[in-house]
Design a protein around this ligand. Structure first.
Ligand SMILES: NC(=O)c1ccc[n+]([C@@H]2O[C@H](COP(=O)([O-])OP(=O)(O)OC[C@H]3O[C@@H](n4cnc5c(N)ncnc54)[C@H](OP(=O)(O)O)[C@@H]3O)[C@@H](O)[C@H]2O)c1
Length: 306
């Protein structure tokens, strides 16, 4: 007989309640890779992208992260095609606030009327009446934060957004934002080799705010056979699984969203939820990332993909 851990392994990652009332399995899926080169246009294999999304839900993933700017709109429309009508327990988190003049080009625009338009487009592309988690993709430095978040608060009052999140922020920005509106999540670059946002993670943990680490596998560097985690790999734990298992163990508020365009990689990644690290493995993996001289040996990807 198949056990739940075998058929819906994502459930083994545990549950986090976004905003205290919206439970998701902690190990999710990031839907940026199901677009073309430079996060622009259609993916190479749109049928495989649909299979990836459907398989993710079969495997127990209940948290899918996307953005209007992935494609733009390509990722949201594939999610709708693959998963609509959505299962009751599936939460689609999207973002707005980054414009896309072309491949690999991302520019923040936080003018209230633009954010409202993008929210309306996301509702249409995802086939939803309300976005469960709407994240401000970047704070626009040219627009007062109160105007950007004020508009999202208004949209929440209108019933079009359930919860509001931020992306790529400092502790000071999060504190400032929380004076304007309730913030249930932050999403920053974070993985075991890049821990600049450790202070934000501590703040999130102390305040029951979800921390969604983007680039959880350093855009594949940590998953790569022959890569830096190879020496830690076990017969039953591949490098990508170690990177994800480390995040799951590191903090209960971490909600990793590994991205992939392939069903085989998805299955490997989601199985990470069932892997337990020994204390010695956890300590050794933490050591890999912590001291600067070792961490600097990683060639981290250029962060042109926001
Ligand atoms: N808020 C922000 O500003 C921001 C910025 C960037 C990303 N994000 C979010 O974070 C999510 C994750 O980021 P990401 O997808 O760019 O990076 P990632 O999850 O760190 O890594 C994805 C890369 O790793 C490869 N990969 C995945 N599983 C693998 C495996 N088992 N073995 C070998 N290679 C593997 C993928 O290639 P294959 O397709 O070949 O598997 C892809 O190139 C995105 O989908 C997006 O939702 C947010």
């Amino acid at each position: 007989m198949t056990t739940q851990a075998e058929s819906r392994p994502a459930a083994a990652s545990g549950t986090f309640a976004l905003g205290g009332d919206l439970p998701v399995h902690r190990l999710g899926y990031g839907a940026m890779q199901i677009t073309g080169e430079g996060v622009w246009g259609d993916p190479k294999d749109p049928d495989e992208a649909v299979r990836v999304l459907r398989r993710a839900v079969e495997l127990g993933v209940t948290f899918i992260d996307t953005a209007d700017s992935y494609g733009p709109f390509v990722s949201e429309m594939l999610i709708r095609k693959a998963l609509h009508p959505y299962a009751d327990d599936v939460v689609i988190a999207t973002k707005g606030g980054l414009t896309r003049p072309g491949p690999g080009d991302w520019r923040p625009v936080g003018r209230p009327e633009y954010l409202r338009q993008q929210l309306e487009l996301s509702l249409r592309h995802l086939g939803l009446d309300r976005i469960d988690l709407y994240q401000l993709h970047r704070i626009d430095p040219k627009v007062p934060l109160a105007d950007q978040l004020g508009e999202l608060a208004l949209l929440r009052q209108e019933g079009k957004i359930r919860h509001i999140g931020l992306s790529q922020v400092t502790v000071a920005q999060l504190e400032q934002a929380r004076k304007i509106v309730d913030i249930v999540s932050v999403q920053n670059l974070y993985n075991l080799a890049t821990r600049d946002s450790e202070d934000l993670l501590e703040y999130a943990e102390a305040n029951d705010i979800a921390f969604i680490p983007w680039f959880p596998m350093a855009t594949g560097e940590l998953a790569r056979p022959g890569g830096v985690l190879d020496t830690f790999a076990r017969e039953d734990a591949s490098p990508s699984q170690l990177a994800l298992a480390w995040l799951l163990r590191h903090s209960p508020v971490l909600l990793p969203i590994p991205g992939t365009s392939s069903v085989a990689h998805l299955e490997e990644n989601i199985a990470a939820a069932t892997i337990s690290l020994t204390d010695a493995e956890y300590a050794a993996l933490s050591e890999v990332s912590a001291p600067a001289p070792r961490a600097r040996r990683f060639r981290l990807p250029k962060l042109s993909r926001n």
